[in-house]
Structures are given as C-alpha cells and as structure tokens.
Design a protein around this ligand. Structure first.
Ligand SMILES: Cc1ncc(COP(=O)(O)O)c(C=O)c1O
Length: 400
C-alpha cells in the first residue's frame, strides 16, 4: 500500500462541504458561508498590522527566522501574558508556530506513541482528534453537559480514566469552539486539581481569550500553580489575521515534563526551519502597543457579541432548533429537533441545506455532538438573519 494507514485519519468536517459550495458558486449560486471561523472575511485587519507587514517585506525581513520564532515577537507575547494574566514568563519558554494547528501537530509528534491517549472534552475542536490519531494515539472523551449549560462534571473524570494507563495529556478549549462557553475560575481550578491528582499534562487552547462577552476570562496560567502545563494561542482571530496567521505554545514551568517537552518542541520546530518571518515582525509590532491592540480587540469583540446575540435570538425563534447563548468565541451550536424533521442526521441536514438553500454550515457530529449544527456568527446581522430564515424554511420543507 502506497499511503500510510494512519494518514487515513486526516479529516476536517469544517471543510467537508467546501468543494460542493465552490461548484455551486461556479454555477452562479451565491452561497452564504457560515462554516469557517474566519473573521477576516467580515472584519478588517488593523491598519497598524498591515503596515507593519508591508514594512517588514520592504525592509527585507524575508529570511528564515530563528526556528523558535523571532525574539521580538516572543518578548511581546510574554509581555502580553504579564499584562493580561500576571504571568511572569521568559521569551525562552515560547515557541512560535504557523498557527495553533501546527502547534497541535508538534504536540502530538512530541508526545504520542502508538497506544497513547489524550483526554478531550466533547464537543471539541475537530483538529485535536486526527492529529492525535495520525501519530497512533486515541482520544478519551469527557462530555460537557448541554442540559447543564455545558457544565463539565469533574467527578465523572476519575471514573472514566480509572483503568487507563497511557494518558499523555488533556486539552481544554477555553473559550470554547464550538459551544461558546467560557470556563469559570472555579471550574478551571477543579480541572487543574484533577490533572494534578492524576499527573496529567494539561493544555489550554485559549485562542479566543479576548473574545469574551460576559464575565472575566481566566487563563489556565492564573490557576495552574506550578503544575506542568502548556497554553496554545495565536493571532489568527484577535488580530483578524487568518490569512497570515501565527500561533504559539507557551510552557512557563521548569518541571521535568514541561522542560523536556519544550526542548523537543524546539527540535521539531527546527525541522521545518521557521514560521513566516514578515508576519512575526508584523505581530511583534502589533503587540508592542498593547493598549492599542486591546482597544482594537475590544471593539471587534463588542461587534461580534452583537452579532452572536442577535443570531442566537433568531435561531431560537425556530421550532426546529434551540441554542444556548454563547459567552465567548463566535460560534453557535443549535440542537436540532430531529423528531420534527424528515432528515436522517446532521450530515444530511448540512449537505441538503447547501444544495437547496445555498447556506453552508457545519455538522455537529464533526465536533463530537450529533444532531447539532454549528454556525459561525461573524457575518453582518442582515446576512445572519437571511441565513437563519433559510434554515427555518428548509426545516419547514422537510417537516416530519
Ligand atoms: C479552538 C481552536 N483552536 C485552534 C484553531 C486553529 O487556529 P490557527 O488558525 O491558529 O491554526 C481554531 C480555529 O478555528 C480554533 O477554533
């Protein structure tokens, strides 16, 4: 066999309908795309960042950078974490990646042998799974409870992992994609206590840490208390820079797990030479004026909040679906009332919806939660209104 067995795990439910949507748009159909979490489709990248990118190109910062990432950017990121979360971290503890996606790949490359396990909270961000499986690992799922406002029942964790021997890590996504919840400080401490008790390396994907609508966001670093952990974060969303995105991995502590993982991640980063260099200088410049950056994200986040709240209300007017109002990120995850529909499952729902109503969304089963759909709520309100009204119309036409 030419292809590797493990490569069959490569998949992305978010992109599943892209070819069909492209085909339809070539036929002249106008597709409303609410499938990819891409703020740059609807918001402008701040001029400061664009100018800094152009300046980096013009001043010939077009070389391979340090594999770990240019020092100025790592320093700026360290300062950001100090200002936002009070974390004292040296730039040496940060590795820049080509998006968080590359960070997830590096993490699994560094930690997973055949038969190893990763704990994933369901519903989950889809890429965690194939990256784990491609290196021979498999997930252990723990469910957040939709009925209880996406509560995570920590006491069920211990039962679930009682007989598991090869757990390498646990990932949390906070704020959450796809469910939009934000973990309370109390819940985060419970998760930290659980990870500590079972000696599990904890990873927190905090890419939406500045897109929070109510209450205060708590970073894992604020409660981790010396335990081994890693923060994944990136610039695609809050800088509206998906097209020239960068991510980073931050491992602040000096315990054996964190230190050995950091060294291995740097070796892995060296294999691929470096992330995009002008982008690193652009984001370093963007983070230099941290107050300006925070003002820009606040404005962005307020506008996103308006759109998300509006779309949630519109969704909940339909008798065919119900969604909880997100607390952060920009995703809405309505539950479908399948009993009222003559449709087999959420996969059929999204594919027929695209064919018949030209609205592209994502199936919940791709996030580990069947009979749900995920809508990206970044488009202007009138577009969201039109899309949701077409979804409701579609449901009416497929009424059981
Ligand atoms: C929770 C989460 N993590 C990671 C990513 C990937 O980010 P990046 O563009 O930095 O690869 C996304 C993108 O949607 C995400 O929602």
């Amino acid at each position: 066999m030419f292809l590797s067995k493990l490569s069959r795990y490569a998949s992305s439910p978010i992109r599943e309908e892209d070819y069909e949507a492209f085909r339809l748009s070539k036929e002249g159909k106008e597709i409303i795309k609410l499938s990819a979490g891409d703020p740059a489709r609807y918001f402008k990248t701040p001029k400061r960042i664009v100018d800094a990118y152009i300046e980096a190109l013009k001043s010939n910062k077009n070389y391979y950078s340090d594999s770990q990432g240019v020092f100025e950017l790592r320093e700026a990121i360290a300062k950001r974490h100090k200002k936002l979360f009070g974390l004292e971290v040296s730039p040496e503890k940060i590795v820049i990646t080509q998006g968080i996606s590359e960070g997830i790949q590096f993490l699994n490359m560094a930690t997973i042998d055949k038969g190893d396990k990763g704990i994933i909270i369901r519903p989950y961000y889809p890429s965690y799974i194939p990256y784990l499986q491609i290196f021979g690992g498999s997930p252990i799922f723990i469910d957040a409870s939709e009925e209880n406002g996406w509560d995570i029942d920590i006491s069920s964790f211990s039962k679930k992992i009682k007989n598991e021997k090869r757990i390498k890590y646990m990932i949390i996504t906070n704020p959450n994609n796809p469910a939009g919840y934000v973990l309370s400080r109390k819940k985060l401490i419970e998760i930290v206590d659980f990870a500590n008790e079972h000696d599990i390396f904890l990873i927190s994907d905090e890419i939406y840490d500045e897109i929070v609508f109510e209450g205060k966001f708590t970073s894992l670093s604020e409660v981790a208390n010396g335990m081994p952990y890693m923060i994944l974060n990136g610039m695609s969303k809050s800088f509206v820079g998906t097209g020239f995105r960068l991510g980073y991995m931050l491992l602040p502590n000096d315990d054996p797990k964190s230190s050995s993982l950091l060294s291995r991640l740097i070796e892995i980063a060296q294999m691929r030479l470096s992330p995009n260099t002008p982008a690193q200088f652009a984001y370093a410049e963007g983070l230099k004026d941290l107050s300006a950056h925070m003002r820009e994200v606040k404005r962005l986040s307020n506008e996103i909040k308006e759109r998300v709240y509006f779309a949630t209300k519109e969704i909940n007017k339909s008798e065919y679906m119900h969604a909880q109002r997100p607390q952060g990120s920009f995703y809405i995850l309505p539950k479908l009332n399948m009993e009222k529909l003559k449709i087999k499952n959420d996969k059929e729902f999204v594919s027929k919806l695209l064919e018949e109503k030209f609205v592209q969304i994502t199936r919940g089963s791709g996030f580990g939660i069947p009979n749900h759909i995920r809508l990206v709520s970044l488009a202007p309100k009138e577009v969201l209104k039109e899309a949701i009204s077409r979804i409701d119309e579609f449901c009416n036409e497929h009424k059981a």
